[in-house]
Design a protein around this ligand. Structure first.
Ligand code: NAP
Length: 216
């Protein structure tokens, strides 16, 4: 499969590397495709990653990942051209984090709206699935938690088949599966977990921690 990844930060690169390691090809989208460190990083992936614009990634990806800074996420979808997302699974990894008062962050908006819903409204014919936003980039692919074999990734979205497709990808990345919290409005609560994740990380003095839902 050819995957379009909008975003060339830590998350975009981590997920792009995950797709390549599982045999897929990636077009990674950025505003500055000639960034030397990005070009060098892509060269290390043996021709499996092309660097292009947001439009290239959205147009050429059979499935698309959105890994853009929260405040710019909707604008990046619009800049890419919303028709390019039509009918495609769009994995939304973004968080509307507000760092204006420093650390730890709060949310730019929440509880009655979410970035997941805003992305779905911006690209109404995309099948948006919120996923990977509750986990640090170092644990997105091949997750590992001491003494814990059963690791589920929290997801939300309106399209059942799209969530099934994302679950297959998540499993191929080494997770046990997904925990589906419902329609895309569930993104309100997946996004709200992230300021809490940062606070928990500060308390634990690590940012490789992973939410685990235990059962009796
Ligand atoms: N870091 C993590 O571990 C983690 C974990 C879960 C979720 N997330 C979420 O994933 C997203 C990406 O995070 P990140 O850590 O990789 O880096 P980031 O710094 O939050 O985002 C980097 C990307 O945002 C793009 N961007 C920034 N400002 C922009 C603007 N004004 N217009 C268009 N694009 C803009 C950059 O484009 P260029 O390529 O052109 O520079 C770059 O591709 C964020 O929403 C974050 O909250 C992060």
């Amino acid at each position: 499969m050819k995957v379009g990844v909008l975003g060339s930060g830590e998350v975009g690169r981590r997920l792009a590397g995950g797709f390549v390691s599982r045999g897929h090809e990636v077009v990674i989208g950025t505003r500055t495709p000639k960034k030397p460190d990005l070009v060098q990083w892509a060269a290390g992936l043996k021709g499996k990653v092309q660097v292009g614009s947001f439009t290239d990634a959205a147009r050429d990806g059979e499935l698309v990942v959105l890994a853009i800074q929260g405040e710019a996420a909707v604008a990046a979808v619009e800049l890419a051209g919303t028709p390019h997302f039509s009918g495609k699974v769009l994995i939304d990894v973004t968080n509307p984090l507000d760092f204006s008062k420093g650390m730890p962050p709060s949310l730019l908006f929440g509880t009655t709206d979410s970035l997941g819903e805003r992305v779905q409204r911006a690209a109404p014919s995309a099948k948006v699935v919120k996923a990977f936003n509750t986990v640090g980039n170092g644990q997105m692919v091949d997750p590992h938690v001491k003494g814990q074999k059963h690791l589920e990734l929290l997801i939300a979205g309106n399209d059942a088949a799209a969530k099934q497709r994302v679950t297959e990808i998540v499993k191929s990345f080494g997770w046990s599966g997904t925990l589906d919290v419902g329609g895309i409005e569930g993104a309100r609560w997946l996004e709200a977990m992230v300021p809490l994740w940062v606070r928990a990380g500060s308390a634990l003095n690590t940012f490789s921690h992973v939410w685990v839902v235990g059962r009796d």
